[in-house]
Design a protein. Structure first.
Length: 309
């Protein structure tokens, strides 16, 4: 009987100890989560996680958003386009992601135009870094494949395990502006690649065939969203190096698709810079402009937008 009482007492002590440890760990995780999000993630406008959170949680009535891939992030300079522009471009993201952004933007009570960087590859699926989506996991898990989903993304602070370095990298890039220039969500490469090295990229591009992807569930989702709004949606094809354009196997299909959209939907316009022959010195690689090129493109785009708007 005495041994049983001793065992019961020890079990209660162990239970209390375990509860105390779990409580301390929970408090540390919650506080660490708040601190990391407020001081690192939310303090970095160029980070994908910050942009996803911004489109879901915030409404800026006068804001003109720019959605798209890394080509959006590195080509559109908001301060040149106008005072109300914000660049939501995300590295590695494609149509499925900017459709997610467009869907949330259209839920807001706004009437500003929407700029979408339209890549010549068309409607393809690519999410980029999983770390962009785990902050708002309940809303964004639809963007992730089953293999990319995990229970621990629901847990504060623990969800960022393995991703801390990438968040800090974006934060430092924005605050130092050492290798890149940042501007209202845009992040622009300052590095000017030597011509010989750039020529090698051009040769690689010539040996890589590109293809436009049009019809499919992603394009259907886009048309469904466009049909639900009167807001002006402008698809902009930012400049490519001529070697990329020449490598497209079905470029005529891409241009026919864009022309058809303009004819079918009154609130869609297309501004195509893919026919512009920008100098090699304005590119970072064959699909991305450098900061100098982005400045020139943004100035020219501003003038063309003034005609459309």
């Amino acid at each position: 009987m005495e041994n049983q009482n001793s065992f019961t007492f020890s079990f209660k002590r162990f239970t209390l100890f375990l509860v105390a440890i779990l409580s301390i760990v929970s408090i540390i995780c919650i506080c660490g989560n708040q601190l990391f999000e407020n001081k690192i993630i939310f303090a970095c406008e160029i980070g994908g996680a910050s942009k996803v959170n911004r489109i879901i949680k915030s409404t800026f009535v006068d804001e003109i958003p720019v959605f798209g891939s890394s080509r959006a992030q590195g080509c559109y300079v908001p301060s040149i386009l106008g005072k109300n522009y914000f660049n939501y471009g995300i590295d590695g993201a494609q149509s499925n992601v900017w459709l997610f952004f467009l869907k949330h933007e259209l839920l807001k009570n706004k009437n500003t135009p929407i700029i979408i960087n339209f890549d010549l590859c068309g409607f393809i699926k690519s999410t980029g870094d999983v770390g962009n989506y785990i902050l708002n996991y309940s809303e964004t898990r639809q963007l992730l494949s089953p293999d990319e989903q995990s229970f621990h993304y629901h847990l504060p602070f623990i969800r960022y395990y393995g991703k801390f370095e990438s968040y800090v990298k974006y934060f430092l890039n924005e605050k130092t502006n050492f290798k890149r220039h940042t501007d209202n969500g845009g992040s622009f490469e300052k590095y000017a690649m030597p011509q010989e090295q750039f020529n090698q990229l051009v040769e690689q591009r010539k040996n890589t065939q590109g293809k436009f992807m049009g019809a499919g569930h992603l394009s259907d989702a886009f048309f469904a969203l466009v049909s639900q709004t009167d807001r002006k949606i402008i698809l902009v094809v930012a400049p490519y190096h001529r070697s990329y354009v020449e490598s497209m196997s079905n470029l005529s299909e891409a241009r026919l698709f864009m022309n058809t959209m303009v004819e079918k939907y009154e609130n869609i316009d297309v501004i195509d810079f893919s026919t512009e022959n920008y100098d090699d010195s304005l590119f970072f690689d064959t699909v991305h402009l450098n900061y100098k090129g982005a400045q020139i493109f943004s100035s020219e785009l501003k003038e063309r937008l003034s005609r459309v708007l």
